[in-house]
Ligand binder design. Structure first.
Ligand code: AMP
Length: 417
């Protein structure tokens, strides 16, 4: 189905279509088909949509039309506020809005504001107003406290990745911001899940929202080839290097558990002449933006990231994601591997599984109702008690039919004795 029947105004449609076409969008994704007409009609929308579903355009297109339709835009007032959990997502949403609106007759001014960088340039940018403000909640409140912007004329509020906003502890900030908005406004809330906290938030701030639940068919939940490779923990960096080289992975996002690991793995890869950069929350915003830009521009081949990068990032055509350290939860697994296979582009997600993490990986598999064949890569066969699929009825991560670990031997000796 083309974009045409979604209810976009005939005067704007060709201009928006041209911009969408530039980005390679030819037909709307399901969330766009459902949310765009509802938002254009003025309804509140409460949507659960997977990462990569196209939710940004789903709220951005109606927003652009609404702003375009405003009777007077002299002395720009902020008529749309988009709240997002992370700096990266803020930048990405801002870029999307600008690119969707680039052919509109009147330029839409988008201000993107987030913490971790100096507030002054953001205050300067907000002088003279902005049509749309894309913000992380903490910095928005700072700016309001500095009288740098007013929310008195906001007509549309979008909460993007609302579950993450709550997870990150922004509930109080959200309440404060919502209290500053006009009571009569349109609300759109996008969240990966409809967790009880999201339902409560929606009930508190939305008016009879249209609920949209995009549930991909089970086998298409992730258009991603998932692989699991058994490897000793100590051999993971070498294996990663080996795979990057032999499988000719051009762009890889590697997830690790800590900032330290991100630095260390990136460092070791660099020593092997692989262009790798760490990416974690303690890098300066400038450095993080630079790494992302270089990664997008293919100047960096491997980014080794903590979960900071797991949400919201849209690096199109990212073919490979590696779980060097396994994610803590099944949900994090989804977010991490959702970095690849975006918008139907297939990708590979590889998880390194060691003896110590085998039981945890099985839990992740169970939660996702998947069962991956545990591969071994020649030269990297695990020598620690190697995990084997389904061979662990106790769920301890212990193994049958493989070389026993020291612990296994001790246990066996204790039993025998
Ligand atoms: P989002 O969920 O908004 O972060 O979008 C996920 C990815 O899907 C991005 O790479 C978008 O550029 C892409 N995308 C969004 N809508 C469409 C569409 N209608 N056709 C093709 N790609 C799309």
């Amino acid at each position: 189905m083309p974009f045409t029947p979604l209810g976009l105004a005939p005067a704007l449609l060709p201009l928006l279509l041209r911009a969408l076409h530039d980005k390679g969008y030819t037909e709307p994704t399901p969330i766009q088909s459902m949310a765009v007409p509802a938002l254009l009609s003025g309804r509140d929308v409460l949507a659960s949509a997977q990462t990569g579903s196209g939710k940004t355009a789903a709220f951005a297109l109606p927003l652009l039309q609404r702003i375009h339709d405003l009777p007077s835009r002299a002395g720009r007032t902020t008529s749309a506020l988009i709240l997002v959990p992370t700096r990266e997502l803020a930048a990405q949403v801002g870029e999307s809005l600008v690119s969707f609106g680039k052919y509109l007759p009147q330029k839409i001014k988008v201000a993107v504001v987030f913490g971790g960088v100096s507030i002054n340039p953001q205050m300067m940018h907000l002088r003279g107003g902005a049509d749309v403000v894309v913000a992380t909640p903490g910095r928005l409140i700072d700016l309001i406290d500095h009288n740098a912007l007013s929310l008195a004329h906001v007509k549309t509020l979008v909460l993007d990745e609302a579950d993450k906003l709550l997870d990150m502890g922004f509930a109080d900030e959200l309440a404060r911001i919502v209290a500053l908005l006009p009571a009569k406004r349109q609300n759109a809330l996008f969240s990966a899940t409809f967790a009880p906290a999201i339902e409560a938030l929606a009930a508190a701030m939305m008016h009879e929202p249209l609920r949209i639940e995009i549930k991909p068919a089970p086998e298409t939940v992730l258009p991603i080839t998932q692989r699991a490779i058994a490897v000793d923990a100590a051999k993971r960096t070498q294996l990663l290097r080996h795979l990057v080289q032999t499988e000719k992975w051009q762009r890889v996002l590697v997830f690790v558990a800590t900032k330290h690991a991100a630095e260390m793995v990136a460092d070791k890869l660099r020593k092997a002449d692989i262009n790798a950069e760490p990416f974690h929350g303690e890098l300066s915003q400038g450095k993080r933006s630079q790494v992302l830009m270089d990664f997008k521009a293919k100047a960096v081949q491997v980014v080794v990231a903590t979960d900071v990068a797991a949400r919201g990032l849209d690096i199109s055509a990212l073919p490979v994601v590696v779980n060097y350290d396994l994610p803590r939860s099944a949900t994090d697994y989804t977010h991490r591997i959702g970095r690849t296979g975006r918008a139907g582009v297939s990708g590979i997600a590889v998880s390194f599984v060691s003896a110590a993490t085998a039981a945890h990986f099985r839990l992740i598999e169970k939660r996702h109702a998947i069962k991956l064949e545990l591969e071994q890569v020649p030269g990297f066969e695990p020598v620690e008690a190697a995990p084997v699929n389904g061979a662990d009825p106790q769920g301890t991560g212990g193994v049958k039919g493989k070389r026993p670990s020291k612990k296994d031997k001790l246990r066996a000796a204790a039993k025998a004795g």
